[in-house]
Design a protein around this ligand. Sequence first.
Ligand code: SF4
Length: 420
Amino acid sequence: MNYERIKEKLEILADAAKYDVSCSSSGSKRQNKNKGLGDSSGMGICHTHTEDGRCVSLLKILLTNVCIFDCAYCVTRKSNDIKRAAFTVQEVVDLTINFYRRNYIEGLFLSSGIFKSPDATMERLIRVAKKLREEENFNGYIHLKSIPGASDELMQEAGLYADRLSVNIEIPTKAGLKLLAPDKDHKDFIKPMKAVQNSIQIYKSEKKLIKNTPIYAPAGQSTQMIVGATGESDRDIMYSANFFYNKFQMKRVYYSGYIPVANDSRLPAIGTEVPMMRENRLYQTDWLLRFYGFNIQEILNETHQNLDMDIDPKLSWALRNLDQFPIDINKADKRMIARVPGIGMRSVGKIIRARRYRKLNWQHLKAIGISMNRSKYFMTCDSRDFETRDLTSSKIKNLIMLNSNSKYHKNFNNQLNLFS
Ligand code: SF4
């Protein structure tokens, strides 16, 4: 093996992969078998993140950064004058095993430029995963990026070796995709997502009847959207995410603030700030949809198309719906307690358990660890120390921001204004 050449390839192909944030590995249940290498079950894969929030727990590389497509937002696009490289299937297998044995990684995240055709690329990605599983007896985590436009048969095969599959939609709307990635068709993303979803369902129901049916993509599928490359509103982005969650039972949708990589009049200029706060607000909204029982229209709609950058989306919703507050914390149902700003699902559980034994007042709430900075404006309890009823939403917002840490004082609206 030519170590210098491998090292050079690794530098190029790991660097090219860093723009993909969809590498979380939660949810896989693959267990070590036949005394093989690795185990992605139980505590799962440990995640670490770089300072800019990107996941680095897996060996995260491209098979090649050669690409026949020319997506304007992508550093790998064919018109970009960069050093190109390609691993062989065996090189990726050897690297994964060596890194795993040295404890550098917990698994593999493998993506690729489209070097010849979607099928030829997908077929090679599958060969890596198949070799790892069948020849190296590797039971660690494998996340394969699915190539848009790959055939259903290949997608079906991929899920037999990978824990997670992802097809990155990248640009949230059809119009944006047409503008920035003219080689791609929206259908090319939907088709493999559908194929994966169908296979997950088929294998699951077969497993109920035949015990030794192989597991298929146990960590499900995910997708990623780039935020801020085009002028989509937060509403556009979250409605797309909502569609993918509902239609394809996505495990996760990832939001990745656009990092300018091209001097292109269609895109924010190089040096433009990466919209990290916007990315964060989208994740918070995503969380509200998946775990707090909100529906998308409550948070983003015709009159409220973009998220507030200075306050979180739950607080923003509550301030727009003051008629639903304050709630009586001793009587309100779980759903409404979860809607109180500053109260997370763990705190909801604590409140419900604690109020079985006594009527709760502010001291009781503090004693069980409920954060009061935001929540106290939206609830009443067995106490008269604090009255909220005559406060307006702007007054509440000001009071909260005055008592919040510095991140709430910054105004990030300039990120959205780029497209106004
Ligand atoms: S197909 Fe993928 S790798 Fe190729 S230019 Fe488009 S986004 Fe980049």
